[in-house]
Design a protein. Structure first.
Length: 341
């Protein structure tokens, strides 16, 4: 018996996963192409770093929508409401922490900012849970109805924000230690933008690790492919999907806080204002791809920043032009998600 096993051929090795490098080089190519057009190296560096920070914040806001659509096949047009709720929840948390935010010590500011982010994520998680139970759950698998009811939910939540805080702009100052910039010769790197870059990278790495290297991520992805089989193995995939929706809502809340500090003002329509940009990022990325969303957010931010400097009149339409160019090259986006039956 042992001899027979010894004579059996070794199993063939699994083919190595091919890496699609083409979309990955778009960001450095775009940045390098803009350098001779901008002219000044210092100006180009400042614009590029500012765009990377903006792109990270866009990614954080768009990642929740990407997660929900890619794993749950839900078109949530109410995603902008979670961004607004997160920003205003952060405002509420910032009031008792005003003294900490005004401190010159970075550690004190960091603790206050983390506390504000946690409060915003907790509030948007609860709102997302209620939103999924009351609005999204009855229309699973019905995309047209999802668009209608989630858009309605967005309008209702936006009006509730107006009732509670009014239609006026509310200032939200950046923590004291994160104001200003680091100067390297003629290059200025704003401290808050640098913080946004670090936080965005951390969120991206964490999402990738959870989805590809953990049992939870495996179960979620398996549930997308064959829900009945996963449930037959004893796992409650329904609860996992609710958790995915809540997580997407919490990420939107985190993005809302960061975006509010970035703008330094809050308005009831701030979530709706960025929804077009977020959907452009999701479409460019491949409708559900976290990696594609990350690349798409950076491309959108870089294009907007360079065009605002080079041709301000075209800046408003630069995202549409970018999306058209990407879709003409790859009709399903940079990293299209496999179609589900």
């Amino acid at each position: 018996m042992n001899v027979a096993k010894a004579n059996e051929p070794a199993p063939a090795a699994l083919p190595a996963r091919k890496v699609d490098w083409a979309p990955l080089v778009l960001v450095p190519l775009l940045a390098l192409a803009a350098l001779p057009l901008v002219g000044s190296t210092a100006t180009w560096t400042t614009l590029t770093i500012a765009a990377l920070a903006m792109g990270m914040m866009i990614f954080i806001m768009a990642s929740g929508l990407t997660l929900v659509f890619g794993l749950m096949d839900v078109l949530n047009f109410g995603h902008g409401a979670f961004i607004t709720v997160g920003a205003y929840a952060g405002l509420i948390a910032a009031v008792p922490l005003a003294g900490w935010l005004a401190s010159d010590q970075l550690a004190v500011n960091a603790v206050a900012l983390i506390a504000i982010i946690l409060v915003a994520m907790a509030v948007t998680g609860l709102v997302g849970y209620a939103f999924e139970r009351l609005i999204v759950m009855p229309v699973y698998g019905q995309h047209l109805k999802q668009i209608l009811v989630t858009m309605g939910g967005l309008i209702v939540i936006q009006q509730l924000v107006i009732v509670l805080w009014g239609p006026v702009q509310i200032p939200l100052a950046v923590p004291q230690a994160l104001r200003g910039a680091f100067f390297f010769g003629d290059v200025a790197i704003e401290k808050y933008r640098l913080t946004a870059v670090v936080l965005g990278l951390m969120i991206f790495v964490a999402m990738q690790l959870v989805l590809t290297r953990t049992k939870l991520g495996l179960l979620i992805r398996a549930g997308v492919e064959n829900r009945e089989m996963v449930e037959a193995l004893g796992y409650r995939i329904r609860r996992l999907f609710v958790g995915v929706f809540v997580t997407g809502s919490m990420l939107a809340g985190l993005g809302g806080v960061m975006w509010g500090f970035y703008r330094e003002t809050l308005t009831p329509g701030m979530g709706l204002e960025v929804m077009v940009m977020i959907f452009i990022v999701v479409i460019i990325g491949g409708l559900g791809s976290v990696g594609g969303c990350f690349i798409g957010a950076l491309l959108v931010a870089l294009t907007a920043n360079y065009m605002s400097f080079l041709a301000p009149k075209l800046a408003l339409g630069s995202n549409i032009i970018l999306m058209v160019a990407i879709l003409l090259w790859r009709a399903q986006g940079l990293f299209p998600v496999a179609k589900r039956a």
